[in-house]
Ligand binder design. Structure first.
Ligand code: FDA
Length: 404
């Protein structure tokens, strides 16, 4: 028999999804214990959104998420919406603003969101145990009501009829990310969609780095395409490759070895622009004209002195229309094969995770393992940049909490 002090639910992971699951279940009268090996709950919340936590997105629709089953997230996102989370934020008097593209941030600090969650958890009677390493988990025996689960922790054994895995993905290992969810999935026979870093900068080969040498810090408005997805936002050249929102978004779709293409003048038919410039200013140098529509440092590098750049800069009158069209094409369809990504060290998310086929979309419960639920980033549901990942943490946590 479970003793009266043992909880109804053990949640492993005190991040966004684990805390929200615990709050939802606690509010429904369940005795919930949350265990985390880190000394700080919600550490990623604190560093998110540059310290202001981009806590949701007004446009959190299923199309903004990657998953082997794009329909899986529909139910949870419909049942707990951005409006629901905004209402909670407002009940706690947290001031917020929309920055761009539906992205909502705290006016003050991400600490406000974490404090809200911890207050809600305390009100719901959640027992939070931090700095508590997990040794292992196994299915319980007749000693645990309904079978249940036994969790070995650094502070002794715990048992509960329900177990929630909310240990996130692999990004930022130095903040406590582990492969716990995937190991547990294997232990219980649940398939895992191979994880890979998402929302992550690209690195370049030495040859491509030589082409962008000296341009680190240059930012452009660009459309970046990877694996049929296209994103228009800022692109930033770094000393190791490419970053910026458009690149981070594209990285979640990119597969190793594939090329990305970049349109560096998305609002301009560059070939036509150059041909018109040739008629209007025949004596102007190509690099001068390119410098009017691209960051000058970039244009200068492109048309490097003495032919060192990719494009030879000459007065426009000396360049055929065909040559100008080729320059236009080159810059509207700049193609590069990244050497790789910066990896989990800097990735904001992990794409992939526990296969959604294994889970109920209504309760996030494992179909093969009654009583075991998986929420948040550990699941193969990954949002775009812009508050979508936290919304998935809130939505998946809330629906799981209704079923515990
Ligand atoms: P999360 O990773 O938050 O929590 C998992 C918890 O499990 C952690 O507390 C960890 O310590 C614990 N854990 C892991 N392994 C364990 C083990 N073996 N034993 C015990 N405990 C274990 N998203 C967004 O929507 N808006 C934003 O502004 C940002 N900004 C952002 C910035 C940066 C730098 C990063 C890295 C990420 C973001 N994100 C984001 C993404 C967002 O932070 C992420 O998707 C959610 O935190 C996922 O919530 P989870 O609760 O699923 O995992």
């Amino acid at each position: 028999m479970s003793d009266s002090s043992s909880p109804d639910v053990i949640v492993i992971g005190a991040g966004a999804a684990g805390l929200f699951t615990a709050i939802a279940a606690g509010k429904r009268g369940r005795r919930v214990t949350v265990v985390d090996h880190a000394p700080q709950a919600g550490a990623k919340i604190l560093i998110s959104g540059g310290g202001r936590c981009n806590f949701t997105n007004l446009d959190a629709q299923p199309a903004r998420y990657l998953s082997a089953n794009p329909h899986f997230c529909i139910s949870a996102l419909r049942r707990y919406t951005p409006r629901d989370f905004i209402a909670l934020v407002e009940r706690h008097g947290i001031a917020w603003h929309e920055k761009k593209l539906g992205q909502l941030f705290c006016d003050n600090s991400a600490r406000d969101i974490l404090a809200m969650l911890l207050n809600e958890a305390a009100d719901a009677g959640v027992d939070l145990r931090l700095d508590c390493a997990i040794g292992g988990v196994r299915a319980g025996d007749e000693g645990v009501a309904g079978g249940g689960f036994v969790v070995d922790t650094a502070r002794g054994q715990m048992t509960a009829p329900k177990l929630v895995v909310a240990t996130g993905g692999l990004s930022i290992p130095k903040m406590g990310a582990t492969d716990f969810a995937y190991r547990l999935a294997r232990q219980f026979g649940l398939a895992v969609v191979a994880p890979r870093p998402g929302l992550v900068p690209f690195t370049f080969t030495p040859q491509d780095l030589a082409r962008t040498q000296g341009l680190s810090g240059v930012a452009l408005d660009a459309v970046v395409k990877a694996h049929k997805a296209a994103f228009r936002e800022a692109l930033l050249i770094t000393h190791r490759g490419l970053s910026g929102p458009s690149i981070l978004q594209a990285s979640s779709y990119w597969r190793a070895g594939e090329a990305i293409t970049v349109d560096l003048t998305p609002d301009l038919d560059l070939a036509e622009h150059l041909k018109a410039a040739k008629r209007a200013r025949p004596n102007a140098e190509l690099k001068t004209i390119l410098g009017d529509v691209l960051p000058r440092r970039f244009a200068d590098r492109l048309c490097g002195e003495g032919g060192a750049g990719e494009i030879e800069s000459r007065p426009l009158r000396d360049l055929s229309d065909k040559a100008l069209a080729a320059v236009g094409e080159q810059l509207r369809r700049w193609t590069v094969v990244p050497a790789g990504t910066e990896g989990y060290r800097t990735a904001e998310v992990t794409v992939g995770g526990i296969d959604t086929n294994e889970l109920s979309s209504k309760t996030l419960e494992a179909k093969k393992v009654p009583g075991l639920h998986v929420v948040g980033e550990a699941v193969d549901v990954t949002g775009w940049l812009g508050g979508y990942n936290f919304q998935w943490a809130w939505s998946s946590g809330w629906v799981a909490g209704q079923a515990l």
